[in-house]
Design a protein around this ligand. Structure first.
Ligand code: ATP
Length: 297
């Protein structure tokens, strides 16, 4: 009996190892092919507490054996009840184990409100949440001297974003796709996506096979987003026509990714002086809107 049990454990352990090696190979390939990380870089990982950004952190820690770069992690608490606080519980253990510095920021401290407090003034909470979070991630990465900001966006996320822009006719956004966004302003930290070719399913497999303790529940507001509907739609199609997601990505790579990036106009916001595509950035625009409507903030 003991022998069979040992053999079973051995097989599972062996399978895990093969899976982890293949996954790392995939991530390494994207990092190398698209020159996401180079010697001397300082990389901040945008660590949400979810599985994707956690895998990103583990993978980059591993890559430090091959490339000479510094690593830290930035966590933003948007102020969503019972959500990010739970995530932080898990994260603390992981960053301690990996010996990575964790920089914590919150909407409340930075902007004076939680998402929960302002959500009713918008069509969906995801609008202010995304705009303020992206701003704070970039600002924090800049302040800690990061040369790049790594996010946990995976293959599924990228396909969803691509289709969202396509459906909305928002072709201007196409320049934002791809595994790396170049520096287009000194205060805009280039973003990289090491999981660009890793599917959502592979990330879930990584969590399960390695017994990773991580927050698996989705944001309670995500069900209101267009992305969520598109995700379910794509998953349904994938069930009927396996390989659909891979094919969308292939088409995307062959067409849009090879297009010459359009010159994007970036100026400094007249109020906060952070990069913006308009005279007034989205963050200042929303703050103004909130001030007018609530007489606060
Ligand atoms: N609160 C946050 N703090 C730091 N980074 C964040 C935060 N929310 C999102 N991000 C970054 O943006 C990426 C995409 O955001 P998304 O909303 O899909 O993440 P998530 O589903 O909460 O978690 P994950 O993608 O890590 O599983 C994340 O992988 C992460 O890198």
């Amino acid at each position: 009996m003991t022998y069979i049990k040992d053999l079973k454990n051995f097989t599972i352990k062996g399978a895990e190892k093969i899976f982890n090696n293949e996954l790392m190979k995939k991530i390494r390939r994207v990092v190398k092919n698209y020159k996401l990380i180079e010697n001397g870089d300082v990389i901040s990982v945008a660590l949400s507490g979810g599985k994707d950004s956690l895998l990103t952190l583990y993978a980059l820690k591993n890559l430090q054996n091959e490339i000479n770069f510094k690593l830290n992690a930035i966590f933003i608490d948007e102020g969503i009840k019972n959500y990010r606080k739970n995530a932080l519980k898990y994260l603390r253990k992981h960053v301690k184990k990996l010996e990575v510095e964790l920089i914590k920021k919150s909407f409340k401290e930075e902007f004076g409100f939680k998402v929960d407090e302002i959500k009713d003034y918008f069509d969906t909470p995801c609008i202010p949440c995304g705009i303020f979070r992206r701003y704070l991630l970039n600002k924090t990465a800049y302040e800690v001297g990061a040369s790049k900001l790594a996010t946990g966006h995976n293959l599924d996320d990228e396909i969803q974003s691509f289709l969202m822009s396509l459906v909305r006719g928002d072709t201007f956004r196409f320049y934002k796709f791809g595994p790396k966004l170049d520096r287009i302003h000194p205060k805009l930290i280039p973003r990289i996506k090491p999981l660009w070719e890793v599917s959502e399913k592979e990330v879930i497999d990584w969590v399960v096979k390695n017994d990773i303790e991580v927050q698996m529940e989705r944001c309670p507001y995500s069900k209101y987003s267009f992305r969520f509907k598109l995700m379910n739609f794509l998953n349904e199609i994938e069930k009927i026509e396996p390989g659909t997601k891979e094919n969308i990505m292939k088409s995307f790579k062959k067409t849009f990714l090879s297009l010459k990036k359009k010159d994007v106009k970036v100026v400094e916001c007249k109020e906060c002086f952070w990069p913006s595509s308009n005279e007034l950035c989205k963050v200042c625009e929303l703050k103004k809107y909130l001030r007018n409507i609530t007489q606060q903030f």
